[in-house]
Design a binder for this molecule. Structure first.
Ligand code: CND
Ligand code: ZN
Ligand code: ZN
Length: 380
């Protein structure tokens, strides 16, 4: 029986409040309105940014909410005015939209788009559909969307600027990682840091984002890739992906930036921070060489914190920059990244530690908190 135009009842993980486990509930998903698409999510990754959203220290989240921003699925139905998508299309929801018309989309200088949801300080302040309403209800309550994607639901509704069609042959339980973790880390290196052949790099943090940054450094032709993590279990995979020197800061009496500058002739050319810790952001800048060292911030720090950087570091020629979704203009780039994966230009499979049924979402978060997974993929 067709579901087009009807409310769909399905399974979703609701975060009713910060600090508590998700509860698997039956939700009602309304049909898509104008310029919206309803997508059947097939697979979704779990990223640290989802954990930040339910971390009481961040104090930014709206509740109750359906999180998830690293998914892939199939179009179920389209709302009025949608021309680029049809039922059955394989798609990736985009937390960084690309409307193609705003001042940011028209500039080659940024991958931001003003249609992005939830950049409170910069552009927008809602976790709802563009018309200010939600398509989700549960137990009679309106449920907030998240980053314009909400992939922790069997069905979700997204704006047409927050979705892109991909190769029909793509395995959704792998390419979902192109929706965030892989693209963010790899793009931070390729697009934002612009790592050069023969250069030396230091990647701080070896989660899905950091290991993707390691892959980026390798692909860019870096000659030496330091990786830094307090969890030594991450080192063997990092080496497989291209790391040359694995450092655990807890093994040294000196600060890690001093260790790196001593080993590597005054510091590395590029440092990439993939943790979200302001002290490590400072260390990352300080471990780069004077003259031209570049530090790229990828990690998201607890709200309200600042990086304690000495201006003298910058006066000495070091640069600091940061990236959102790895600098990729999403609609243009995501289908190409999927094609590159299909052509075996990079290895997403290495990032998938576990594939679990969606109902095990709380286990997936525990595996991340305990440092036992790179990525867990949840499948419906
Ligand atoms: P995940 O938690 O999987 O990995 C973090 C890694 O850092 C783990 O291996 C930890 O052991 C390690 N670590 C933690 N603390 C320290 C420390 N003090 N010293 C050394 N190593 C440490 O996270 P992820 O890979 O999913 O995400 C990484 C960050 O990137 C996180 O802050 C997330 O919110 C952010 C991010 C940013 C963007 C963007 O567009 N800029 C997109 N997605 C995620
Ligand atoms: Zn993410
Ligand atoms: Zn735009």
């Amino acid at each position: 029986m067709s579901t087009v135009g009807k409310v769909i009842k399905c399974k979703a993980a609701i975060a009713w409040e910060a600090g508590n486990p998700f509860s698997i509930e039956e939700v009602e998903v309304a049909p898509p309105k104008e310029h919206e698409i309803r997508v059947k999510i097939v697979a979704t990754g779990v990223c640290r940014s989802d954990a930040h959203a339910i971390n009481p220290n961040f104090k930014e989240g709206l509740f109750p909410v359906i999180l998830g921003h690293e998914g892939a699925g199939i179009v179920e139905s389209t709302g009025p005015g949608v021309t680029q998508f049809k039922p059955g299309d394989k798609v990736i929801p985009l937390y960084m939209p690309q409307c193609g018309q705003c001042k940011f989309c028209l500039s080659p200088k940024t991958n931001l788009c003003e249609k992005i949801s939830k950049i409170k300080t910069a552009i927008s302040d809602q976790d709802l559909m563009p018309n200010g309403t939600s398509r989700f209800t549960c137990r009679g309550k309106q449920i907030y969307h998240f980053m314009g994607t909400s992939t922790f639901s069997e069905y979700t509704v997204v704006s047409e600027t927050s979705l892109v069609k991909i190769d029909a042959a793509a395995p959704l339980d792998k390419v979902c990682l192109i929706g965030c973790g892989f693209s963010t880390g790899y793009g931070a290196v390729i697009n934002t840091a612009k790592v050069e052949p023969g250069s030396t790099c230091a990647v701080f943090g070896l989660g899905g984002v950091g290991l993707s940054a390691v892959m980026g450094c390798k692909a860019a032709g870096a000659s030496r890739i330091f990786v830094i993590d307090i969890n030594k279990d991450k080192f063997s995979l990092a080496k497989e992906l291209g790391a040359t020197d694995c450092l655990n800061p807890q093994d040294f009496k000196k600060p890690i930036q001093e260790v790196i500058t001593e080993i590597n002739d005054g510091g590395v050319d590029f440092a990439i921070e993939c943790i979200g810790n302001i002290a490590i952001m400072k260390a990352a800048l300080e471990c780069t060489t004077v003259g031209w060292g570049t530090c790229t911030i990828v990690g998201v720090a607890v709200g309200g914190q600042s990086i304690p950087v000495s201006p003298m570091q910058l006066i000495m020629g070091k640069k600091i920059n940061a990236t959102f979704f790895g600098g990729w203009k999403s609609v243009d780039s995501v289908p190409k990244l999927v094609s590159d994966y299909m052509a075996k230009k990079f290895n997403l499979d290495a990032l998938v530690t576990y594939t679990l049924p969606f109902d095990k979402i709380n286990d997936a978060f525990d595996l991340m908190y305990e440092g036992k997974s790179i990525r867990t993929i949840l499948v419906f």
